[in-house]
Design a protein around this ligand. Sequence first.
Ligand SMILES: Cc1cc2nc3c(=O)[nH]c(=O)nc-3n(C[C@H](O)[C@H](O)[C@H](O)COP(=O)(O)OP(=O)(O)OC[C@H]3O[C@@H](n4cnc5c(N)ncnc54)[C@H](O)[C@@H]3O)c2cc1C
Length: 380
Amino acid sequence: MRTDVVDGFLLDRGFQVFLPAYPEARRVLDYDELNLRPIYRGVDVFVKDHFHRMADPLAHPLTAMKHFRDEIVTLRDKWTTLLFRKEVFGLREPPRDLGDTESENYLREFGFSESMIDRFFRPFFGGIFLEKDLRTSAAMLHFLFAMFDRGGSALPAHGMQSIPNQLAVALPPGSLRLNAPVSAVRAGEVTLDSGEVLHANHVIIAVSEEVAHRLLPQTGAPAPLPNRSTTSLYFATDDLPPGDPILHLDGDGRGPVNSVTFLSRISPHYAPPGQHLISAAIIGSPCSTELEQVVREQMRRWFGETIVAKWRHLRTYQIRHAQPEGRQLKLGAGPLDAVIETGLYRCGDWCEDVSINGALLSGRRAGAAVMRALGEPIPD
Ligand SMILES: Cc1cc2nc3c(=O)[nH]c(=O)nc-3n(C[C@H](O)[C@H](O)[C@H](O)COP(=O)(O)OP(=O)(O)OC[C@H]3O[C@@H](n4cnc5c(N)ncnc54)[C@H](O)[C@@H]3O)c2cc1C
């Protein structure tokens, strides 16, 4: 979770959003200080040459009424969505009994039509899971749907990096040492790339699954599956008509862009005064020298020639190791044990579930395991 400042624009490394209802995040983060800016509860889905507003009827009843007769969502799908909201109501973690069921199969069996799956669930949850087959565990679908339902989504006013920054400043001075890659780990000992060796009675490994696999060959764990990837293109413009801070989705599935968000409508701090920032998010990491042109072509279909002609490309991010695949498929077994061996621990999204909440929760579990080993009380 990082944010680069480029010409006064705040560019998150890969488009992402924060769900304020995350239980662990509520516990550890100061939301007032993050100055969370809400994103519209609903989406604009591009289907058959037009955007169709799908508004959350509880948050925007008048808009939902206005679009009630739009044929994009059938009455039956509207009813099934209400049933699904009821199904996930009160959920605070991914339900383990659904751990190995794929989301797509689950949605179909729950009663959603193919068109609802293709036009809404595939681009919306595909954009979160970073895969459009919706093979990700239905447990994650349930959990995330419940989180959106309860608290919507938001961005910290000054970019996603505000979240790790807030955690970092709470640590005692001198606790963090940055830009010191680790080349080997064993109980009691950490070796840096520089050759320096650090000693500690308790070592927690908080890296990605594949780096953990490389650093800990002694565990004999099978090699992780290839990671899921994503690409974000950022554009600037000084001419953006007023509108809602809403996600625009590719309901036709023509791509390559899956979603577009005018970030400065969510938080004006994402762009310098008088400017706007646009994010175009792609699932996967297509290798094409003409990517920007292909994206512009799609954007012209979506927003019109004159508007897109004024967009200035700022930067493209390809995040090749964005999410671990394995953990997204199987959640039934519950979190991985934080203790690897005496004095050696692990944490990260791949140990819990792949979300900001899962990463935070996993960190707390590892911390608690160390406190237990030290014979110290575990704080609430
Ligand atoms: C593009 C993108 C979009 C996402 N969207 C969302 C979203 O909308 N909502 C949501 O809830 N979640 C989202 N996620 C998932 C969420 O951001 C992650 O699950 C979470 O940040 C993972 O945290 P972590 O601490 O497990 O791993 P990381 O934050 O990846 O931390 C691992 C750390 O290990 C360091 N490291 C690696 N190798 C070494 C080494 N050899 N030596 C020392 N350090 C090393 C890395 O530099 C890194 O700082 C998204 C992720 C990405 C990438």
